[in-house]
Design a protein around this ligand. Structure first.
Ligand code: COA
Ligand code: MG
Length: 293
């Protein structure tokens, strides 16, 4: 099967825009997406310097197939307008806006971009990290019907700060928000990306949380350190046994003996046409990953 590559969205590496050494290092790191941060990871008096570093880094190129995303400061901050103007002047793949709490927030961002970009929109991602964003999660994702909203990214550090809910390894207090985010994103056909894992030295904890995120239905996870990238990519990639099972489903439905059937038995498992569709999708992802190796 030869297919068009899809955009991989397994690992989203945050890098503080102000840390030029780390920004440079991202060119050699295997993250699918790089998020150049101008917000939380940059102190107020370093905002202008960080913006300059990020603009220069993107202009300098050398990022290969990595998708480059700029996280601006929040809409109501003093830096937002300059962040947006700088971002649209780069050839970044998308702009990530923090603390989106309603569809109107995204419309405001798009409107400001159009005013400064000859009437053209730019691909957007929204950070879902306020209690109000979870209340409004369906209408926020519905913005994808009219705006180039590619996906949402969960921000649980901010959510824990605002709600007082405990952000422990299992994240029980956030299962509602996690499921709501995945469900709303799925309903509107956009991606949902899980939050960061702060405990950098805890590789086992990171792996467990990534498996949990994958099983909740997230497309990928945010990472904050180079050591988190490879395990994240692996966990969000189809496993050899999943690839084998998918191939078996495709082969079984292609067998003339099963022509016209909507449900068949594949190695003892019921397979319907929806499983065929899922199997084909999984194989396209696997093939895209294979081509990158
Ligand atoms: N992106 C790219 N490179 C990174 C990186 C990142 N997010 N985090 C660390 N590195 C690099 C370091 O520059 C260092 O490079 P070197 O070996 O070439 O010198 C190497 O990885 C090892 O870094 P380390 O010393 O283990 O990290 P640290 O203790 O200095 O920094 C953090 C820890 C958390 C401050 C840092 O990883 C970081 O800034 N992460 C991103 C934070 C962020 O953006 N937060 C906002 C969203 S939540
Ligand atoms: Mg934040």
């Amino acid at each position: 099967m030869t297919t068009k590559n899809i955009a991989l969205r397994r690992s989203f590496l945050f890098v503080p825009g102000v840390n030029s050494k780390a920004v440079e290092k991202t060119k050699s790191l295997p993250a699918d997406c790089i998020i150049f941060d101008l917000e939380d990871a940059v102190a107020p008096d370093a905002k202008n310097a960080a913006r300059g570093t990020v603009v220069d880094a993107i202009a300098g190129g050398g990022y290969g197939s990595r998708q480059l995303i700029i996280r601006t400061n929040a809409i109501n901050s003093e830096w937002f307008e300059n962040d947006i103007k700088a971002a649209i002047a780069t050839n970044c793949a998308a702009i990530l806006v923090p603390k989106i709490s309603s569809k109107a927030d995204l419309e405001e961002v798009d409107c400001f971009i159009k005013i400064n970009n000859g009437g053209k929109s730019v691909a957007l991602w929204a950070m879902i990290e306020t209690p109000m964003a979870i209340i409004n999660i369906a209408q926020i994702c519905s913005a994808a019907e009219t705006l180039p909203l590619q996906g949402i990214i969960l921000g649980l550090n901010d959510m824990a700060k605002d709600t007082g809910a405990k952000l422990d390894a299992n994240r029980a207090a956030f299962h509602y928000a996690m499921a709501a985010a995945v469900n709303a994103a799925s309903a509107y056909g956009i991606a949902a990306i899980d939050a960061v894992f702060n405990d950098i030295a805890n590789a086992d904890g990171f792996a467990k949380q990534s498996v949990q995120a994958r099983d909740f239905g997230f497309d990928g996870k945010c990472v904050i350190h180079p050591t988190q990238i490879a395990p994240c990519n692996q966990i969000f990639s189809p496993s050899p046994s999943e690839i084998e099972a998918a191939r078996a489903i495709v082969a079984a439905f292609s067998d003339p003996a099963n022509f016209g059937k909507a449900v068949i038995n594949v190695n003892g498992q019921m397979a319907e046409l929806l499983h065929l569709e899922m199997a084909k999708k999984l194989l396209v992802t696997a093939e895209t990953i294979q081509k990158m190796l």
